[in-house]
Design a protein around this ligand. Structure first.
Ligand SMILES: Cc1cc2nc3c(=O)[nH]c(=O)nc-3n(C[C@H](O)[C@H](O)[C@H](O)COP(=O)(O)OP(=O)(O)OC[C@H]3O[C@@H](n4cnc5c(N)ncnc54)[C@H](O)[C@@H]3O)c2cc1C
Length: 425
């Protein structure tokens, strides 16, 4: 859903605002082509607006595909589906369930649009799973000249479209390889963060593993998912508990915001309330959580072998900022998508969050210095201060991506100021 109030668009965290000159809601690919053909200045597509930096921002032409949703094709035998790009992930997994299918992996919310998630290299966790774009087998794009470009796995240009920040064209439909529907058992428990870091390899044997370390404490909250045949599903009680947790968390964050020096105490209090919990259900209900408390976030992918060292370094960096939000750790498998942050290396993704009312500039700068020491590559949908010259050094195929981008969009129709920094420096 495009959040426009009196002509002003705001992203989820409130870190980006735009006042677009024209806003379009095409309902067919033909209408989308017309919007692109007629656009002048900058055209950006907004998905669910869940990216933290201004990747989707346009003060000129703004497009939402929220009326261009749903499955177009399902090949149940081949486990391959085609979906319209504006479909929210929640709607996609619900539609897949009707066919006994499911995404092989997901991140921790399902509000994003399919194209937004793919364009920014959105990921979940698990050593066997790449960023969500690795699940894509084909894509249709409306390019700057208003033409339709159909790409599929094996085509030279397809890997460039898999993660592109929407800079090659407007994604119209995406073809995805999916899994047979499955169920998950989720276990959450507190553990000393040093133990978790010392035993990362055994934790990584689980299907999905992640943890959150709470600054000013020695405690990590660990989450593990395993496939199961066990019956059951998250009930009303789970939903109510999640709402209450969010409410309590908002209260604590406000208290920490008003009295900054209270942050260490509040974090220790929070960590002391962690207990072991377990729930079972369809994967589409277990992956997503409710994130009602607004925050800003930076997240970098680092070589997996550096994960523990990065966590150790960050401990010294985030605490002086009185951060209340946890540092999050996830695993992502290497891929061959030219500008995916996991390109060519098994990665650990480490994220630092700050309550949305807090100025996070200093924290971001200090965290980035840690990530830089480990050749970190920023998540495209999270805050970063990197520009083209940094990316040339970080991505072996950066130059090739830029050539494809210039070839498909020579006039820079799809470039806003942020993307000019990213691609042109
Ligand atoms: C609470 C929260 C939780 C999150 N959890 C995770 C997580 O678990 N894992 C993770 O990796 N990330 C996570 N993210 C980041 C999020 O997944 C990405 O920022 C994602 O891109 C958001 O999708 P969106 O639909 O909101 O896209 P937007 O933010 O609206 O847009 C993202 C980019 O995609 C482009 N785009 C959108 N639609 C199209 C289209 N049809 N054609 C071409 N370009 C298009 C936009 O122009 C923009 O460049 C989270 C973010 C929030 C706020």
């Amino acid at each position: 859903m495009l959040h426009l109030t009196e002509g002003t668009w705001e992203n989820w965290s409130g870190s980006v605002r735009a006042r677009p000159r024209s806003v379009h809601y095409p309902e067919t690919e033909a209408e989308l082509r017309t919007v692109v053909e007629r656009a002048d200045g900058t055209l950006r597509v907004a998905g669910a607006g869940h990216s933290f930096p201004p990747v989707a921002k346009s003060d000129e032409t703004f497009v939402s595909l929220e009326r261009y949703t749903g499955l177009v094709d399902v090949d149940r035998e081949a486990r391959r589906v085609t979906v319209r790009a504006g479909t929210p992930l929640s709607a996609l997994t619900a539609a897949l369930a009707d066919h006994g299918l499911m995404l092989e992996n997901m991140g921790d919310i399902d509000d994003q649009s399919v194209a937004g998630a793919l364009s920014t290299g959105t990921h979940g966790t698990g050593t066997d799973f790449g960023v969500m774009s690795t699940q894509a087998a084909g894509m249709r794009l409306v390019t700057a000249d208003g033409e339709t470009l159909e790409l599929e796995a094996g085509d030279d240009r397809f890997p460039f479209a898999q993660v592109s920040l929407g800079s090659l064209g407007v994604v119209s439909t995406v073809t995805l390889d999916v899994a047979a529907d499955y169920r998950l058992r989720e276990r959450k428990f507190p553990a000393p963060v040093d133990d978790v870091l010392a035993n990362l390899e055994s934790y990584r044997d689980h299907r999905n593993f992640e943890f959150w370390w709470f600054p000013h404490t020695d405690t990590a909250l660990v989450k593990i998912l395993e496939e199961t045949d066990a019956p059951g599903r998250p009930g009303r009680r789970d939903a109510v508990e999640e709402r209450l947790e969010n409410l309590a968390w908002e209260g604590l964050c406000r208290a920490g915001y008003r009295v900054r020096s209270a942050a260490p105490l509040l974090n220790r209090f929070t960590a002391a309330t962690f207990s072991e919990s377990e729930r079972v259900g369809p994967a589409r209900e277990i992956y997503p959580t409710t994130r009602a408390v607004r925050f800003n976030e930076t997240e970098y992918g680092v070589p997996r072998s550096d994960a523990a060292a990065v966590l150790e370094d960050l401990r010294g960096v985030v605490e002086p900022h009185d951060v209340m939000f946890p540092v999050e750790f996830r695993d992502v498998a290497a891929d061959s998508i030219p500008i995916s942050p996991a390109y060519g290396r098994d990665s650990a993704f480490v994220a630092v969050h700050a309550y949305h009312r807090r100025d996070q500039e200093g924290l971001l700068r200090d965290a980035e210095a840690v990530f830089d020491r480990h050749d970190g590559r920023p998540h495209w949908g999270k805050h970063h201060t990197k520009t083209a010259s940094d990316f040339e050094a970080l991505y072996p195929r950066w130059g090739e991506f830029c050539e494809v981008r210039e070839e498909l969009d020579p006039e820079g129709l799809f470039l806003n100021d942020h993307l000019r920094d990213v691609f042109e420096g």
